[in-house]
Design a protein around this ligand. Structure first.
Ligand SMILES: [Zn+2]
Length: 148
């Protein structure tokens, strides 16, 4: 059952929601804590049309919004009940994004959504905790494999 019913949520909110929902699942779908293989699952979250993401950079305080500044995001959350992290990616409902920001020259929303989803999928796999593989693009902060 969804606990966060806000219409504007942060990427962190999505992780907290996943952790809350997974803690109630019986039988446990998550593997037990294992220090050699701590992150066995990737969750892809597709937001409903009336829910958007908005994040504030903790250092610069710059606010970024889904459909405007980004078309998907990936992150991780701690899951105390599972004993390890939850890796996830989230996308807004691209069909409902105003304008063509998230279409990236694709003719329709299905192709645009597929492109955004595959972008976040490969980044979540190669850089699941923002400490993985990155190209050394300076001064850009975007150097994950999907950004190249
Ligand atoms: Zn990217």
């Amino acid at each position: 059952m969804t606990t966060n019913k806000n219409k504007v949520i942060s990427t962190d909110d999505i992780g907290k929601e996943l952790a809350a929902q997974l803690s109630t699942v019986t039988p446990k779908v998550l593997p037990p804590a294992d220090t050699t293989q701590t992150d066995g699952y990737l969750y892809m979250v597709f937001l409903p049309a009336d829910v958007s993401m908005q994040d504030t950079d903790p250092v610069t305080k710059v606010v970024t919004k889904s459909c405007v500044d980004f078309c998907g995001d990936h992150w991780w959350a701690n899951s105390p009940s599972a004993g390890h992290s939850i890796i996830y990616a989230a996308l807004p409902d691209i069909k409902s994004c105003p304008g063509t920001n998230c279409y990236n020259n694709n003719p329709d929303w299905i192709q645009a959504s597929t492109q955004a989803m595959s972008h976040e999928l490969v980044e979540a796999l190669t850089d699941p905790k923002n400490a993985g593989w990155r190209a050394q693009l300076q001064p850009s902060t975007c150097g994950e494999i999907g950004d190249l």
